[in-house]
Design a protein around this ligand. Sequence first.
Ligand code: G4P
Length: 323
Amino acid sequence: MAIQWFPGHMHLTQKAIAERVKDTDVVIELLDARLPASSANPMLSQLTSSRPTLKVLNKQDLADPARTAQWLAHFNAQPATRAIGLDASQSTPAQQLVKACHELAPNRGGLAKPMRVLICGIPNVGKSTLINTLTGSKKAKTGDEAGITKLEQRITLTDDFYLYDTPGMLWPRIIVAKSGYNLAASGAIGRNAFDDEEVALELLAYLKTHYPAAVATRFKLDMTAHDIAAMKDEDLLEAIARKRGAILGKGRVNLQKASEIVMHEFRAGNFGRITLETPEEFAQWLAAGQQLDAERQMKKAARGNKRGGAGGAPEADVPSESS
Ligand code: G4P
């Protein structure tokens, strides 16, 4: 899926993060617990790879608890990494965060060596909500329009624990197609950047395979989970349209409306607790995406060579996605 994301200010944010990382002890990477790998910005991993990372699987109240446990184990097995689950219902998340950061950087603490933490995440992952809870105030939302001044904003959690906020940032070229769909379904990507029906069909394809009963229950479809799983994605979307009265007239269904309904229901958590990827699935998607991307780059280089121009140089500045 081609996502129309224009980096514009992204380079400024990148530069500012690279600068800030030098004086950072721990990076907190806020992830969406429903799509823990797809919501990880690969550009960020590159920028912060020299620092220990606390992966916070946020919105865990919306995610499948068994899968959250799998993801936490997966991340906790990585070097210099800790992972915890969190959601907005926790009124005092600071304790958990501070403890995990101290485990990652045990030499920091006290007024002489305060803990300096950089908090990052894609748009809509819940960063403002978390920071507001941490500070106990209703601060202005850190805009997604990057600005160095915003990056310099320091939040003092305790006398010896500083948090530096960053603007929500996506990356310019999504190599894992499934990640694009999952990000779009979650609401991380502006709605003009994707096709609603395409995203809804992908979402239904996953839900009918992994959570068919939840789909049947939510839309009051008079079918067994087995029937749902066996349906074509398009037929399922049409059945949902009819059930929800998304009709254009003369019996034709309004697939646009039905697609919006499916995405809204998912974002609101109305199917129950759902996670759109497991570590094993993502590893497969990543391998396939990387292979496709390598082929694309080779074709592009070959076209450039034929023309004899510089256009064949591979797009080396964009990192590949990995968890
Ligand atoms: P951002 O700064 O990372 O862009 O995200 P922000 O905090 O604005 O949160 C984005 C949306 O996610 C908000 O919903 C917020 O309420 C919701 N949210 C944040 N944390 C959690 C969580 O742990 N669980 C759940 N279920 N939702 C969470 P919204 O509908 O866009 O706005 P609002 O009307 O709820 O404020």
